[in-house]
Design a protein around this ligand. Structure first.
Ligand SMILES: *Cc1c(COP(=O)(O)O)cnc(C)c1O
Ligand code: SF4
Length: 433
């Protein structure tokens, strides 16, 4: 299949939109002025059920919905469009709205490492073992998820893009930091890069002789959005060759695949692509956020994890939707998130219970809701760090007062009358540095 992309500029060419109501088409027009919108011919022709598009998880995953904007934001843009205002006027209104949507959650600006006296662009080092690398050529995707928190990378100017061309600096940094065992190449979607670009990065890392660097991870949504990347793209074989190079060098290649719904695991193309990737010796681990309107039912998760295991993949993370962008539309309360996780987790066999969650990627770390319980008559959330800015925080249970309406860490207060969570003083100190 030849990749055909649809953006706000040309999506009206999609033949299937004849099944979409006038009102929904208008909603796409309005919302896509503010939030990123991009889809492609695989998603349109193989994933979306157009006869039932209004409730279709794949449609909601890719096509802007009215509820993704606050009513006042929606009306503001709608009025400008109806008044036939100049595009530049609409654009500046959109930019103002975007700024209100918390484009940089979880204090990402604090994780930028320093090498040779300079801040490294395109790199984050938050957790001891793992360096995040955002190659500048991989900061877009084959289609955009409507819930995505990385949207500032797609819609704003270069200045806040995490872009990095110099792998040499990264290698130097990893050499100095023997605690780093993993590099996680991420985006956007690094698999939008040409094989030759990925090869440049990978070969440099392998040739650098870094014995402590054991795992090369690639975070990608290509298996759901464009499995033909590994089947029919002109450099499909070459990409698989780069993967093989990693495993042949004795490093482990962890392909961190992003799937949101079992539908994404059903096409012939995805099944073939998974097989091709596994044949290179790569391990595929899977992750997804929990999203209202898309996958907020335990049965969906249980089905998804079982299918993943059947296809040879390892369920890895369930995330809680972040406090950015269209969180109000997609957000699930912490209480419900835990309930959905527990029901799904307890209904699959041990081989699928490799999954961890539901987890919030917040400023102090990845915090899991381990449960809801009663301690001496006080109803509490039991929480636990899966990853922490300080490794010493990991695996210690702590408690927050139960709150039915909590959607994120910010909504929680310490239980048992405590003034603060155990990590807060140290966190404040770490963030000063
Ligand atoms: C999730 C994450 C990682 C990887 O964490 P693992 O639990 O090892 O998968 C690394 N860095 C950041 C900033 C992350 O958010
Ligand atoms: S594939 Fe990942 S980075 Fe790209 S839009 Fe979806 S969630 Fe965001």
């Amino acid at each position: 299949m030849i990749y055909q992309t649809y953006t706000p500029r040309n999506y009206m060419q999609i033949a299937q939109l004849s099944k979409v109501s006038k009102e929904d088409l208008h909603n796409i027009d309005v919302v896509s002025r503010v939030l990123p919108f991009k889809t492609n011919n695989y998603v349109v022709s193989e994933l979306i059920d157009w006869d039932n598009y209004q409730n279709d998880p794949m449609y909601i995953l890719n096509f802007p919905q009215k509820g993704m904007l606050k009513p006042e934001h929606f009306t503001r843009i709608e009025k400008l469009i109806l008044n036939e205002e100049d595009p530049s006027v609409i654009k500046s209104a959109s930019e103002e709205i975007r700024k209100e949507l918390n484009p940089h959650p979880a204090g990402q600006a604090h994780n930028i490492p320093v090498y040779m006296g300079e801040m490294m662009q395109g790199v984050q080092h938050k957790y001891n073992e793992t360096l995040l690398f955002f190659p500048s050529q991989g900061q877009t995707c084959h289609a955009y998820c409507t819930f995505c928190f990385r949207w500032p990378q797609f819609v704003t100017t270069d200045s806040i893009k995490f872009a990095m061309k110099e792998i040499e600096n990264i290698i130097g940094y990893i050499r100095e930091h023997e605690e780093i065992t993993d590099i996680l190449i991420t985006g956007g979607d690094p698999m939008v890069m040409k094989a030759s670009v990925l090869d440049t990065y990978v070969s440099a890392l392998l040739e650098a002789d870094l014995p402590h660097l054991q795992n090369i991870r690639i975070g990608s949504k290509t298996l759901s959005f464009w499995p033909y990347r590994y089947l029919t793209d002109p450099d499909a074989e070459e990409i698989l060759g780069v993967f093989r190079k990693i495993t042949d060098a004795g490093k482990s290649l962890c392909f961190m695949a992003h799937f949101n719904h079992p539908r994404e695991l059903e096409t012939e193309a995805v099944i073939k692509a998974i097989k091709k990737i596994r044949e290179t010796g790569a391990q595929i681990r899977t992750q997804s956020p929990l999203l209202k309107h898309i996958n907020a039912k335990s049965g969906i998760w249980a089905t998804m994890w079982k299918k993943q295991v059947q296809l040879g993949m390892i369920p890895y993370y369930m995330f809680i939707a972040r406090d950015t962008g269209a969180q109000e539309y997609f957000g699930v309360s912490l209480d419900r998130a835990w309930d959905i996780f527990r029901r799904a987790y307890s209904s699959v066999s041990g081989v699928a219970r490799t999954v961890r969650g539901p987890s919030m990627s917040s400023s102090p770390g990845k915090i899991r809701i381990a449960g809801v319980t009663d301690v001496n008559g006080e109803k509490v959330f039991v929480l636990e760090f899966i990853q922490g800015r300080n490794n010493d925080w990991v695996g210690r249970p702590f408690f927050a007062r139960f709150n039915k309406n909590a959607y994120w860490l910010d909504d929680l207060e310490p239980a048992f009358g405590a003034d603060s969570f155990f990590y807060e003083d140290e966190l404040a100190e770490l963030l000063l540095n």
